[in-house]
Write a protein that binds this ligand. Sequence first.
Ligand SMILES: Nc1ncnc2c1ncn2[C@@H]1O[C@H](COP(=O)(O)OP(=O)(O)O)[C@@H](O)[C@H]1O
Ligand SMILES: [Mg+2]
Length: 372
Amino acid sequence: MSGSTVRRNAQKIIDGKYSGPDPLLEEFKTMIYERLEELQLPPGKIQLSPELDPIDCTNDDFDFIEKLGEGSFGEVHKVKHIPTGNLMAIKYQTIVFDPHSDEAREYWTRQKIYDRLIREITAFRKAFVSKFTNFIPSYYGMLILEKSVAFCIEVLDLTAENLYHCHKNKKRDAIITNDNNESLHFEEKPLAIVAISILKAMLHLRNLKAMHRDIKPRNILLNFNGDVKLCDLGLVVFLEDSAAISIQSGSKLYLAPEILRGDFVTEYRVKSDVWSLGITLLEMARFRYPFNTDVLEKDLLFQIIAKPVPILNENDGYNEEMTHFINQCLIKDPKQRPHITELEMLELATKFSDINFNRNLMKDFISNNVER
Ligand SMILES: Nc1ncnc2c1ncn2[C@@H]1O[C@H](COP(=O)(O)OP(=O)(O)O)[C@@H](O)[C@H]1O
Ligand SMILES: [Mg+2]
């Protein structure tokens, strides 16, 4: 279908005068095929590691094990891939909407959803083939189903949000039982490992000339082996794509003040991920989101933009390296805030650079805090 036909049909949809196949959906499917051809993995094939040949795959190849989470446009399931016996996560995302739903009526909403899916596939696939990384879940491939697409991804066990809730409860119980007055905060070393692992994931994306734009505790996954990974690449932008870069998105709670104000300078745009990392770590450190959320959204956003930054201090119970790392991320002025390559130079990052050490420490920490 040509671009002008698509646009004409789109206008008819907006005017309620169209009943044929959804032109946007057709365009989206064509784009997926083109993009995946470019990335050398057609829909309906999965590749379990960069060294292995892709194999054919259908939705019938999976045994459902459990539901892992709720995505914005579908569920995430843990499944077993019967032919190989591998466990995986499948992220289903609706692409055909009920004609009476808001998504179906709103041309721009659907376009945003399709856009997001194309970016997510591209980012996952590029991260997977470019250079093996321990900090972004492996991406195996995708299927186009009747009403949805399914992304097959490495499965992990819990989110950083789950982890800090478990840890908080455990600490609270210990404090009550032992009647001590230890301050209630996330243990230092595992928090440092989360910080450094997510920094490594950000550096990997940067090598692909991309930024994440949705860093928050729910988009950080961990497993019982002690791995920490940054998931949900739905809002990734590639930096050469200068049109996409100005679009504001991601959970507002973690967006940098300059993005919320809308007056960012493109040169510093990449630093907004650094702010989101800072808020994420501060939330984990204190076991709660650092701003008051019991207010209207506009007041919450005003707090982020105009109130002094909630920095870590000596009462939080952390050493100088951790305090410095988090507070550097939370420098309000993006010009002064460090780049991710500068964060890598900080003492916390050099101290926790041994991946095996980190994994072992995190493995023990998770097994002591989370019930299987
Ligand atoms: N690979 C995975 N392994 C385990 N759980 C996952 C995985 N991917 C996603 N989840 C769970 O599903 C939730 C939603 O997935 P996500 O990719 O963040 O979707 P959305 O873009 O809609 O936020 C996550 O917060 C997490 O709880
Ligand atoms: Mg998410």
